[in-house]
Design a protein around this ligand. Structure first.
Ligand SMILES: [Zn+2]
Length: 341
């Protein structure tokens, strides 16, 4: 039972799973583990909205919170979507079913639940959670930037404790910021191409897709006979690079070094753009052995060029509880909206 008389619920909608949490007004989470149910997004909006309602009821039952105590719901999904939660008219990897194209996801969930729903992009939600964990009660007085390496490169920008969404909801698309490639690429390594159409943006290097399409094929030519060269399909080999890096394999470390360099260069741009107080790194690397993730974070920091005054105040950290960060950040955004912030 919550210590206050009302709560907000956070619902993280993913490609396969929904994850839920409950937050009280003192920013205490009533759920301390991952609570997942099937998201069924591939079956289209009607089925997926019903699955979210199920996730909502499930998390309330689990925390023994009465429905009448819920004042708002935070919903986060992968993009691209507008700041108001309308899925892109061109669809996306997660929302391939034609019913999703241009679908007003936020309003649909709001209507079904009969409660105000606050929408966040999943990278932004995780960024907001990392920000709150780092700054606690002082969150509203600080700014931060988060980069989360997955299939693509997501994340978010937080200013004075709030997600910067932008006019069209496209702010914080850090993956598609161009970064300098000189000194990052190895001899003869082609400039990586991103799915967005750009060459040499941050995601073209710092993503699983970047490993598969560019980094791994290149480094396999430098480490002839490497085990990963025999693994098929290439997507599987790309996913295995992390465990090789964790074991200290030289090819694995080269690839993660390039990714850390890309994130450092991206953060250098952030340092000159909004001069944030904290830089967070998330993604698969967070789930690795402590030695490896500390090594990775230290490489990111080394490659982030800060002025002396900035270096004195800047914090570098990993995004905590990555599997729960989306739901928790979505709940925090809903709580903030109630306070008229
Ligand atoms: Zn891109």
């Amino acid at each position: 039972m919550p210590s206050q008389d009302w709560v907000v619920v956070g619902l993280d909608n993913g490609g396969n799973k929904n994850n839920g949490t409950v937050l009280d007004p003192t920013r205490g989470f009533l759920v301390d583990s991952l609570v997942e149910t099937r998201s069924r997004v591939q079956e289209g909006p009607d089925v997926a909205v019903a699955a979210l309602v199920e996730a909502f009821d499930g998390i309330l039952a689990r925390t023994k919170v009465a429905r009448a105590m819920v004042r708002a719901v935070g919903l986060d999904t992968p993009g691209p979507a507008s700041a108001e939660g309308v899925i892109s008219s061109r669809g996306s990897t997660n929302f391939a079913h034609p019913g999703w194209h241009g679908y007003d996801f936020r309003s649909a969930v709001e209507k079904r639940l009969g409660l105000p729903v606050v929408y966040s992009n999943d990278g932004n939600a995780a960024a907001l959670y990392a920000h709150h964990v780092c700054f606690g009660a002082e969150a509203n007085r600080h700014s931060s930037v988060s980069a989360i390496v997955g299939t693509g490169l997501g994340g978010g920008v937080i200013e004075a404790g709030r997600i910067v969404t932008g006019a069209a909801g496209m702010a914080g698309e850090l993956g598609h910021v161009h970064i300098p490639m000189a000194g990052l690429l190895g001899p003869g390594q082609p400039v990586p191409h991103c799915n967005c159409g750009f060459d040499g943006d941050a995601e073209s290097v710092a993503s699983l897709t970047g490993i598969e399409k560019n980094l791994l094929p290149y480094w396999l030519t430098r480490f002839e006979g490497h085990e990963l060269g025999k693994v098929t399909p290439p997507a599987k080999a790309a996913m295995m690079v992390r465990s090789f890096g964790e074991k200290g394999d030289p090819l694995g470390r080269k690839i993660f070094e390039q990714q850390a360099m890309a994130l450092g260069r991206l953060f250098t741009i952030a340092a000159n753009f909004t001069d944030p107080g904290a830089y967070f790194v998330g993604g698969g690397v967070v789930e690795t052995a402590a030695e490896f993730r500390e090594w990775f974070l230290a490489r990111v920091r080394e490659n982030t060029i800060l002025r002396e005054e900035q270096a004195r105040v800047a914090r570098f950290a990993l995004v905590p509880d990555l599997d729960m960060a989306g739901a928790r950040g979505a709940a925090l955004a809903a709580l903030d909206s109630l306070r008229g912030r």
